[in-house]
Design a protein. Structure first.
Length: 574
């Protein structure tokens, strides 16, 4: 039996600490008498670890993996409940069975669902990056969530590696720890199936390789640069392209500049390795597209949008009429996507909604603690790489504001730059002295302390740590998770125990259209439990006869989203 966490609502103490706790800690750092010898001893030990760069990367990766896994085991075992998650899990199941896609089902209209292509093949609409990492967890352990933990470990370690190239080792290791505390434990990147860890890894590898090429033009660094581009292209293509442009342009100008090596070195160490890896990646992407969509240049995402999207992801396109096979798709298109389009329509609406997007991105990546530290950025205005990072972030944000909605994992490629700017500000603050005391160094250590307290405080108060640590408007706090997906999972678990196989027909009411029950495994016909949309009596009979060897059940969802109005067996059709 699946149990939901027994958390109360988020307490006032937790809420107040989120808003004022860091400020209080900074004031304590300024006025509280402190023996700085303890701080120096802590920093010496920290520096010894940081100087061993490979050990630091391994330590960050292990802590991120163990931390994410511990949260899942101790607080809440992840269950998919967002459309995107089920789509990624379909891709993972497909890859885990050594296939790039699945043949279309002859009764495919009953299995139509959100963010899944049915024709000319049956597959997720998304790029393969997230699905591949979930498939890794499924193949190795049988649990796709292990792939999420692994991707979070890779993201934290690769960000730490990038920071080692850009700044001193002690600050790079601090960045790895802060990323674990902020994103690696209680966030949807580490506890759900649709996070941004894969794209964050690609962005960190790309920018780390960029600086390494400039410092030491070697073919391996060029391959890493190409690898970063490939990861971004297969996880967040649009945002990854925008994010990569400043790095590509800077590399081209550097290659033409006075400080670049001779052309023979450029050709051997940079141009040829990059050309080879990009050709390989391009061929793989083209082949993947061809297998799923039948066209090399047509991405699965584009095909899905051509079939189902009444509103484009880009704001400059007008809505269009789409003919759907099911009423649920039509209602979602009207209530969700058309509403989002109207929220962005007109200059005043566009500005207002853009502000909301930016505010939620700020809440996820920065919050009050990191934001206060960023006041030191103007003091670093002469640092070229600080200016490069700021320009890169601005370009990416402008690009993100051109789409219908912006989730934090859309901005995942730039995660490493966010931590670079925060750490540069922390470094500058660390020089602050007051009454001949190095209070700035103590203030810097208040940042990880605040992050730790933000985790421990809600746990001690028995409030929801997910809501307290990293709240977001799109991410339902775990204490309030809808029970429909728990009931769905319980039905699957119960029916999978025996030898019988089942077909479950689902009928929706208007209030239940966003609670999607009809998601299936990659191999539908060999699944123990098959979920299908109830259609007309004749269509249902055709489906039942097709699965004549299965027991058939009918679920009618009630007016309340979490209530099954009727659940009964059907013997069959005459």
């Amino acid at each position: 039996m699946i149990q939901l966490p027994e958390f109360t609502t988020e307490g006032a103490i937790c809420q107040n600490f989120k808003q004022f706790g860091f400020i209080v800690l900074l004031l304590i750092a300024l006025v509280f008498p402190f023996n700085y010898q303890y701080l120096r001893n802590l920093e010496k030990s920290f520096d010894k670890i940081a100087q061993k760069k490979q050990l630091s990367l391994l330590l960050v990766a292990l802590l991120a993996f163990i931390g994410a896994a511990s949260v899942s085991f101790l607080f809440y075992w992840p269950i998919p409940y967002v459309h995107d998650e089920y789509s990624y899990l379909l891709a993972a199941d497909t890859f885990a069975h050594a296939r790039l896609t699945n043949p279309p089902h002859p009764m495919w209209k009953h299995f139509e669902t959100f963010y899944v292509i049915q024709q000319p093949s049956y597959m997720s609409k998304y790029p393969p990056g997230q699905g591949l990492i979930l498939a890794l967890g499924q193949v190795l352990t049988g649990y796709p969530i292990v792939g999420v933990w692994f991707s979070m470990a890779l993201a934290c370690a690769s960000t730490c590696w990038m920071l080692q190239v850009w700044i001193k080792p002690r600050w790079a290791l601090m960045g790895g720890f802060l990323m674990i505390l902020k994103l690696g434990l209680f966030s949807y990147w580490s506890q759900n199936f649709w996070g941004g860890a894969v794209a964050a890894t690609g962005g960190a590898i790309l920018l780390g390789a960029l600086r390494k090429i400039i410092k030491e033009p070697k073919w391996f660094n060029s391959l890493l640069f190409g690898l970063g581009l490939g990861i971004l292209a297969n996880s967040r293509p649009y945002e990854g392209f925008i994010f990569s442009l400043p790095a590509i342009i800077y590399l081209l100008f550097w290659m033409k500049g006075k400080k670049s090596p001779q052309f023979k070195v450029l050709l051997k160490e940079i141009i040829l390795p990059l050309a080879i890896i990009l050709l390989v990646i391009g061929f793989m992407i083209g082949y993947y597209n061809f297998v799923i969509t039948g066209k090399v240049w047509l991405m699965p995402f584009q095909l899905y949008e051509n079939i189902y999207a009444n509103v484009s992801n880009f704001l400059w396109f007008e809505p269009r009429q789409v003919k759907f096979n099911h009423k649920e798709f039509e209602l979602v298109a009207e209530e969700m996507f058309l509403n989002l389009y109207n929220l962005n329509k007109g200059l005043s609406n566009l500005i207002s909604y853009s502000f909301i997007k930016l505010k939620n991105l700020w809440s996820f990546f920065l919050g009050i603690s990191f934001s206060i530290l960023l006041i030191a950025l103007p003091l670093l205005r002469k640092n070229f790489w600080v200016k490069f990072a700021l320009l890169n972030l601005v370009i990416l944000l402008v690009g993100m504001l051109q789409v219908l909605i912006s989730f934090p994992h859309y901005m995942a490629p730039a995660t490493c730059l966010v931590y670079f700017l925060v750490l540069q500000s922390m470094r500058r603050v660390s020089y602050l002295r007051w009454k001949n005391k190095p209070v700035g160094r103590l203030m810097v250590w208040m940042v990880p302390l605040y992050c730790i307290l933000l985790i421990l405080l809600p746990i001690s108060l028995k409030t929801d740590p997910f809501a307290c640590v990293n709240p977001a408007y799109w991410e339902v706090p775990k204490a309030y998770l809808p029970t429909w997906m728990v009931k769905r999972q319980e039905i699957i678990s119960k029916l999978s125990e025996g030898n019988d196989r089942y077909l479950i027909l689902v009928k929706y009411l208007p209030s239940t259209i966003h609670n999607e029950w009809v998601y299936n495994e990659a191999d539908i016909d060999n699944s123990k439990v098959i979920w299908a949309r109830s259609m007309s009596f004749e269509e249902n009979c055709r489906l039942i006869k097709y699965y004549s060897d299965r027991k058939v059940a009918f679920i009618e969802l009630g007016e309340e989203p979490d209530v099954i109005k009727r659940y009964y067996a059907i013997k069959g059709c005459e």
